[in-house]
Design a protein around this ligand. Structure first.
Ligand code: ADP
Length: 184
């Protein structure tokens, strides 16, 4: 049973690595960013509300995110395990997740912090070309990460769940490091 939370700044490679590992372990890769982008593409009410925040590089308000995550973790495929990518992103979300996992009688195995220097992050995001990957939004996303998401590093090291992995190496090397971690 594998249940992992991927932390780390935007552009750290969370999405790519979470996707690969989830396939390997036959568990769902739950990316709140992907779910939100699908809602925006389908023009659902949630998508319409979320789009402006995403375009500006701000966090989508918690009240929209929390029920979305509760719903997703309650689906049958999530019983076999999961990799959470992009959630939680602030302390309110982390506290909510703690309670939700208690309700579901689950607990996360580890919280993986993918470490990458800022200059590399900006370079990677600029080459990716997603709609919110322009310089101004990238700058804002990094600020939001530092202000709201980075405090989760302390939150989870307090719970002795945190492991840091060097994300500033080749994709294959990061995957190998993560595999080792799951198996250990
Ligand atoms: P990245 O990690 O590169 O920033 P994501 O796909 O994780 O990309 O997120 C893209 C955008 O979606 C964020 O900038 C934010 O607006 C929104 N988002 C994703 N997950 C959350 C979340 N847990 N809480 C609030 N907003 C979120």
């Amino acid at each position: 049973m594998t249940r992992l939370i991927f932390l780390g700044p935007p552009g750290a490679g969370k999405g790519t690595q979470a996707h690969l590992l989830a396939e390997l372990c036959h568990i769902p890769h739950i990316s709140t960013g992907d779910i939100l982008r699908a809602c925006v593409a389908e023009k659902t009410p949630l998508g319409e509300k979320a789009q402006g925040y995403m375009d500006r590089g701000e966090l989508v308000p918690d009240e929209l995110i929390l029920e979305m995550v509760r719903e997703r973790l309650g689906q049958p495929d999530a019983i076999a395990g999961w990799i959470l990518d992009g959630f939680p992103r602030n302390v309110t979300q982390a506290t909510f997740l703690d309670k939700l996992l208690q309700e579901l009688e689950q607990h996360s195995d580890r919280v993986v912090n993918l470490d990458v220097p800022d200059a590399v992050l900006v370079e990677r995001m600029l080459s990716r070309g997603r709609k919110d990957d322009n310089e101004e939004t990238i700058r804002r996303r990094l600020e939001v990460y530092r202000e709201q998401t980075a405090p989760l590093i302390d939150y989870y090291s307090g719970q002795q769940q945190l492991v840091s992995v060097n994300g500033n190496q080749s994709m294959e090397e990061v995957t190998a490091a993560l595999k080792q971690l799951i198996e250990s």
